[in-house]
Design a protein around this ligand. Structure first.
Ligand code: NCD
Ligand code: ZN
Length: 354
């Protein structure tokens, strides 16, 4: 890595947790990721979700077709676990090189998770198969019991669900996605090398107050929901710690403006267009820009057993104001918008155009 106060050159990063959606949204958002990241793990929470080998192959084809000319980008596909999924599907998709991981959404935990898993014990045969073939389990770690306070759902998931799961499946590779609490940080850093966590840019930048700043602000609503300031500080410490169990996963989750600006607004923040610059800001503020590359480009491939990317990318200190919206052109040629993370703010780091 090459780095000075004004310029930093990194091994090209990967995004280990990404929502691309489908159709016109996929076509509008993909370039934001592919211009920066070489590979990304693609979340399967489409409607209907990706629950077969065939659906994953077709979705991968649609993603490949949407990559802008001249850009190399590899989508790493995941299967959406359900109560009645057959272990044979997992085994086949893995054998054919289609599935890179399997995503566990506790039923009704987040956007498009209604078909998710209702009982973790019931999917023991699936998890045993994954353990045997070495397919990683990617977890949305929140309990869904309506009696549990929303701000406690991650910490309680770790205690009640994750610890027993890891002891039942001690050789399963597990990623606790988009962690938001100091409990998650502490748990992951003291656990075995089979467990890692991704951290989003947005959870490093704001705490739960952002959702209520002068009014109800759905733009800052995502799941797991942002927590108190002390949790944000713990996440920043973890991300910038240089510990290999924490790595980049943006959880960029685009929703059209009309679905965010609603009395029941969708959870999710679209950050793909500013993600690397946003992480760079955090590492710079913490005075450890020299650790950005490991977090963005090394620890992820190491955990997943993939080669590190050969290309590099340069960030330079060139402040720029983030435009508010990304435009999405629909089939009837009408235009909708998606709000970008950091809209209207100035970010100090920009990607150099070579
Ligand atoms: C994600 C989405 O919109 O698909 N939303 C979010 O708030 N993060 C789903 C998820 O990762 O929870
Ligand atoms: Zn997500």
């Amino acid at each position: 890595m090459d780095f000075s106060n004004e310029k930093i050159t990194l091994v090209q990063p990967d995004d280990w947790h990404l929502h691309l959606r489908d159709g016109h949204i996929l076509n509008a958002v993909l370039a934001s990721t592919a211009r920066v990241f070489r590979r990304a793990i693609i979340m399967p929470n489409l409607l209907p979700p990706v629950t077969t080998v065939e659906a994953a192959i077709k979705y991968r084809r649609r993603i490949l077709a949407a990559i802008p000319e001249g850009i190399s980008f590899t989508p790493l596909m995941t299967i959406y676990l359900t109560d009645d999924l057959s272990p044979d599907v997992i085994e086949l998709g893995h054998k054919e090189g289609v599935f890179f991981g399997a995503k566990l959404y506790p039923a009704n935990s987040t956007t498009n998770s209604a078909d998710g898993v209702t009982d973790l014990q019931a999917i023991t045969p699936l998890l045993e198969t994954m353990e045997r073939i070495g397919l990683p389990l990617l977890i949305h770690g929140e309990v869904t019991d309506p009696d549990v306070d929303i701000f406690d759902r991650e910490a309680i998931f770790i205690e009640q669900k994750l610890i027993p799961l890891l002891s039942r499946h001690s050789s399963l590779k597990v990623v606790l996605e988009h962690i938001t609490t100091e409990q998650a940080v502490q748990f992951v850093e003291t656990c075995s090398s089979n467990l890692a966590a991704t951290i989003t840019p947005h959870h490093l930048h704001f705490n739960r107050n952002a959702m209520f700043d002068g009014g109800l602000r759905s733009d800052f609503y995502c799941l797991p929901v942002a927590k108190r300031e002390r949790h944000r500080i713990a996440l920043r410490k973890a991300a910038t710690s240089g510990k290999s169990c924490f790595f980049l996963g943006t959880d960029s989750a685009p929703h059209l403006r009309s679905y965010k600006e609603s009395s029941c607004g969708c959870a999710g923040i679209f950050n793909a267009s500013v993600a690397l610059e946003s992480y760079a800001e955090v590492f710079d503020e913490e005075g450890v820009l020299d650790r950005l590359e490991a977090f963005s480009s090394i620890f992820g491939p190491d955990f997943y057993g993939l080669p590190i990317n050969k290309n590099s990318i340069t960030l330079e200190k060139r402040p720029r104001v983030v435009p508010d919206f990304l435009e999405v052109r629909k089939a009837d040629n009408s235009v909708e918008k998606i709000l970008q993370f950091h809209a209207g703010e100035t970010l100090n780091w920009s990607i150099a155009s070579n």
